[in-house]
Design a protein around this ligand. Sequence first.
Ligand SMILES: *Cc1c(COP(=O)(O)O)cnc(C)c1O
Length: 428
Amino acid sequence: MVSGAKQTRLYNKAKKFIPSGVNSPVRAFKAVGGTPVFVMRGKGPFIWDEDKKRYLDFCCSWGPLLFGHAPDALLKRLRSEISKGTSFGVTTRKEVDLAERICSFFPSVEKVRLVSSGTEAVMSAVRLARGFTGRQKILKIDGGYHGHVDSLLVKAGSGLTTFGIADSAGVPPGLAKQTISVPFNDEAALERVFKREGRNIAAMILEPVPANMGVVLPADGYLKHARLITKKYGAVLIFDEVITGFRVAKGGAQDYFGVRPDLTCLGKVLGGGFPLAAFGGKRQIMNYLAPSGPVYQAGTLSGNPVAVSAALWMLTELDKRDPWERLNHRAENFIKRLRAVISVEGYPYQLNSIRSMFTLFFCPVPVTDFASAKKSDTRRFSRFFHLVRKEGVYLAPSQFEANFISTAHSERHLETALKVFRKALKKA
Ligand SMILES: *Cc1c(COP(=O)(O)O)cnc(C)c1O
């Protein structure tokens, strides 16, 4: 059988029954071409596709798998938890324990609600901010992605960048008009917008380290500026830490950069590969939620006991193992060596990274915002993607995404990846 034959057959069948054959757009490989990978299983830093090819995985389920695929201790714990029941629609002790834990990781989070996806967390936080302030407008960043929330599908990153969809069809223009978008790292733009619209802005939402246009770092003082100006105008500052939470530091990017938002959205690492996310923040704002407050928000599977058990395991492990220093050291060493490789290769690459997440942009200018990210040579990225894929390394299948290193990626694994990258860069 030719390599990839089983997956090609699966893909053809998938396209018959699922739009574009996928349940989330970037999985379709439209950005890089070729037949999408169908994964059969994962363990540690590896995934195996349906044609039994093994890959060193840098996508890591788009971020959640800080401890790699299927850690034995988590599986063991879940087996025992699942035998007690899978959903009750009634509060469990575990939910209370998890909420307490989340608050202990994030000092800015005094109260928290659990939901089932990052999209839901953001959607709820935005509604809450509107209800709390009595204002309509939402300020976001060009290329910032916050899930597929209607009002935030304006100049959004991730799949929308990949496919060049500026705004999704199906979002009422009246709603989209309530969203203002500004370039990242541009303090003057923030000043202008707040001067003009400040009293109508319910919230400013941003990923403190944008990672859905590829990884982009905040300029010195930018997050502090966002904190000051939102405070000045009485707007709620929402940090979307769905990717950065529990990843860049114990208390997320807000811990790393020392800036406290009013509300925080969490997901990905928190659920450890299960559908679990959360939003939380100041008590005074969170108390606006139903039933004590006027802002409605609910979920049949919110606080699902299986997902909560996984999240509790994640946070307990994070507390116990305190993995960041070792993980960051290993990741930063890898990044440093990759930087040395690309400087030899000569083509203008931009390697943006923070701790265990990175994006290699095939871009002639430093990537500091959405406009510069879009100058990337996506065809060259696609060639690179397929070259490394052939050699058994799986990257996020788009130029405008982050790649992740887990604690299961050993020095030796990373050494292998470096060799593969070096070879592929010569040919891409
Ligand atoms: C992934 C992501 C989301 C959406 O989370 P889902 O669980 O996919 O709905 C929101 N915000 C950011 C920053 C993300 O990276």
